[in-house]
Design a protein around this ligand. Structure first.
Ligand SMILES: *[C@@H]1O[C@H](CO)[C@@H](O)[C@H](O)[C@H]1NC(C)=O
Ligand SMILES: *[C@@H]1O[C@H](CO)[C@@H](O)[C@H](O)[C@H]1NC(C)=O
Ligand SMILES: [Zn+2]
Ligand SMILES: [Zn+2]
Length: 439
């Protein structure tokens, strides 16, 4: 056996050393949490909640019915909460009411997508759908809360349950922070379901995992006229076309090739007839980077390139970055020490070979706002079961959740929070002991 194997064997042995978290010993390890969460009574309860929420998708900051349903379940569980926080948000508390505090987050919003999946619990709201799995995220966090509540007396601190609005672009996480809901919280954990990762597997990584992002829209104005007499017009279509080409040079010529960035123009609206040069053209899109500096730099250069390139063709341009409605998302960066902690729990719960290293993506998550303020960890939970069906990607009108993933989410939530509080207290008492020895 080589050295590396010895080291990994030792690591495995350490990981599987059972830590008695609860003294009643019904649950003493992360895998016990998973078995508990798979019990039919808990599983069926989560499935029921997820289906109810799936039928009534609500967009960001409009999650009133979803929020009401969550509060009704928290009431039944005897879990206290604050409401409203950030318009529709709910913040629940399980534990002894004392520090340390650790937070678990679920997003509640649906998308402006017409559901195309024909099934019993199809969205009842035309043009709206839970196409990103946030209905499952809510059910998982309620499942985790139920497990935690059943062991509340043994929690060594307080778990803060964050049901946040408006993940899809409108920065609900930012509003939760601004409401002061996470003051004194030591760490926060969040998850997202993943359609193409096998059920029972996890994908995770330390450091940057998702890009920061922003949106822009520009109106390029010229002077409309007859398409056959261009000399009497100022053509905004040509100017906008040159703007789009120039914008592509920001990433290819100005960004560090080793620092991934994206600028995409995804919207181009202008003109309506074959023989009329229009007055103006609107273009819009998104920009992405893995650092806040990269994002701010892109934002500044997009504005300069649009206005100056438009001026080359005698057009005027104005650029909007939606400062109020669509906020600039920071990159999602997982805290290094929480990564080690997470790997230990995940390895114990599902086996280390099912914990996959994630490839960073240019997508973004508003969970990143939390991580700007406190150590946070975001991970992906597999849902794919090829023997049943292959699942469509998030935001597709054909998106489906594999409900067999619900117990995994609930078990991860409960296990991470419980162990985090337990280990935090252990560290505090060992530090105190050291302090007394030194005295
Ligand atoms: C651009 O703005 C200037 C200053 O407001 C104005 O004089 C000019 O007519 C505008 N040009 C176009 C093409 O709109
Ligand atoms: C996949 O689904 C089938 C049918 O429901 C089930 O028997 C099997 O256990 C599932 N696989 C996993 C990994 O849960
Ligand atoms: Zn989404
Ligand atoms: Zn999502």
């Amino acid at each position: 056996m080589g050295f590396a194997k010895w080291v990994s064997l030792i690591l495995v042995l350490c990981v599987f050393d059972p830590i008695p978290i609860f003294s009643d010993s019904t649950i003493s390890s992360p895998s016990d949490f998973l078995n508990f969460a798979k019990k039919p009574e808990l599983f069926d309860w989560m499935v029921g909640i997820r289906r109810k929420i799936h039928e009534i998708p609500e967009l960001g900051y409009e999650e009133f019915e979803t929020s009401k349903l969550i509060r009704a379940e928290l009431d039944k569980l005897g879990i206290s909460y604050k409401y409203p926080v950030a318009i529709t948000g709910v913040i629940g508390y399980v534990g002894n009411g004392k520090p340390p505090f650790v937070a678990l987050r679920a997003d509640m919003d649906g998308l402006p997508v017409q559901e195309m999946v024909e099934w019993e619990h199809k969205s009842k709201i035309p043009g709206k759908m839970h196409a990103c799995g946030h209905d499952a995220h809510v059910a998982m966090l309620l499942g985790g809360a139920k497990i935690l509540k059943e062991h509340e007396k043994e929690l060594q601190g307080t778990v803060v349950l964050v049901f946040q609005p408006a993940e899809e672009g409108a920065g609900g996480a930012k509003k939760i922070l601004e409401a002061g809901a996470l003051e004194n919280v030591k760490a926060i954990f969040g998850l997202h379901v993943q359609h193409n990762l096998p059920l029972g597997e996890i994908s995770c990584k330390s450091g940057p995992i998702l890009a920061g992002s922003g949106f822009f829209e520009a109106v390029i104005s010229g002077k409309g006229g007859h398409a056959a007499i261009p000399q009497h017009s100022i053509d905004p279509i040509l100017a906008a076309s040159n703007v789009i080409v120039s914008l592509q040079h920001l990433v290819s010529r100005e960004a560090d090739p080793l620092d991934s960035q994206v600028v995409t123009v995804a919207k181009f609206q202008g003109g309506g007839a074959f023989n009329v040069i229009p007055d103006s053209v609107a273009i819009g899109g998104t920009f992405r980077a893995f650092s806040k500096e990269g994002l701010l730099q892109l934002r500044q250069r997009i504005e300069e390139v649009v206005t100056r390139q438009a001026a080359v063709q005698r057009c005027n341009a104005s650029v909007s970055f939606f400062e109020n409605e669509k906020v600039l998302f920071p990159p999602t960066i997982n805290h290094e020490s929480l990564h080690e902690f997470f790997l230990k729990i995940a390895g114990e719960m599902i086996g280390r070979h099912k914990v996959k290293e994630m490839q960073p993506l240019m997508g973004s998550e508003d969970f990143a706002f939390y991580q700007e303020h406190l150590p946070g960890y975001f991970y992906f939970l597999g849902m794919e079961n090829k023997t049943v069906a292959s699942l469509e990607t998030g935001h597709s009108p054909y998106f489906q959740v594999n409900e067999d993933a619900l117990p995994y989410g609930a078990a991860f939530h409960a296990s991470l929070a419980t162990t985090y509080l337990f280990e935090f207290q252990q560290q505090v008492s060992s530090q105190e002991a050291k302090y007394h020895d030194e005295l």
